[in-house]
Design a protein around this ligand. Structure first.
Ligand code: IPE
Ligand code: IPE
Ligand code: MG
Length: 249
């Protein structure tokens, strides 16, 4: 029986975030260069978008490129950017048919012009859709995002738009790149690494974390369903006791 049949559709997380890791190792195991792994990672992106759509997840955030990834060899960065533009062009129609919307988060100014141009076109083309929103984290890092938010808040205080006393958790959240999106209930990282690598540090404050040894190109729809099923077995207490949680149900 597929894990899909065991998922309680009424309790599917609204927002799932994924650190898509392990492409390089996947390629190395096959005697190929890292780019080969990135190319095969695209299939896993398709699978996770399909799986998330199928069970009614509203937001799927995919960590595609971190600000730290700019420190990789130039040929790998160039190959990744070329692959990105290629995939965007090739996938837009299919995503549109599946009612998927796209949002890009990250340091836009550091991206090559061709990437900005193609992602803008794709976001615009999918903007009227009402199904799953795929949030692509591109040249993203939490430190960048939080510092950016602090700068904007400081500017608004200087202009007299807000008072320092008004800076609440909600207000701070409204300055982040995920302002209008609920925080992820679940964060998945592939490849066996157990760290956040500067990903959504504010937003993951109370998320359930799931680490799988599978390398990203091997990740399938069924893996996604299995993780959602496992997530549904967990008790999220938010600081309360188990008894309090059970009495509330
Ligand atoms: C994740 O796979 C993709 C990106 C970071 C762009 P990696 O390229 O990090 O693969 P590993 O972790 O070296 O195997
Ligand atoms: C995190 O993976 C970034 C992405 C998946 C895009 P990395 O492979 O770059 O992270 P580290 O270096 O293992 O922390
Ligand atoms: Mg990696």
């Amino acid at each position: 029986m597929s894990f899909l049949d065991q998922i309680e559709l009424k309790r599917v997380p609204e927002h799932v975030a994924i650190i898509m890791d392990g492409n390089g190792r996947w390629a190395a195991m096959r005697g190929n260069d890292r780019t080969f792994g990135h190319e095969h990672g695209v299939e896993a992106v398709r699978a996770s978008i399909k799986a998330a759509s199928k069970i009614g997840v509203k937001y799927l955030t995919l960590y595609a490129f971190s600000t730290e990834n700019w420190n990789r060899p130039k040929f790998e960065i160039d190959a990744l950017m070329t692959l990105l533009v290629h995939v965007i062009k090739a996938e837009t129609d299919e995503l549109n048919r599946n009612n998927v919307r796209l949002k890009i988060i990250g340091d836009r100014n550091s991206l090559p012009r061709r990437v900005i141009k193609e992602t803008d076109k794709m976001v615009e083309k999918l903007s009227q859709n009402t199904g799953l929103t795929v949030v692509m984290a591109l040249s993203y890092s939490s430190h960048w995002e939080i510092i950016n938010a602090v700068k904007c808040i400081a500017n608004d205080v200087k202009k007299g738009k807000i008072n320092p006393e008004d800076i609440s958790r909600e207000r701070f959240h409204s300055y982040l790149s995920t302002a209008e999106i609920p925080d992820p209930e679940l964060m998945i990282r592939t490849s066996g690494e157990k760290r956040l690598s500067n990903f959504l540090l504010w937003q993951l404050a109370y998320s359930e974390l799931y680490f799988t040894p599978k390398l990203w190109p091997d990740f399938t729809e069924e893996d996604f369903f299995e993780i959602i099923f496992e997530f549904q077995q967990r008790e999220r207490r938010f600081g309360k006791t188990s008894e309090q949680i059970k009495n509330l149900i």
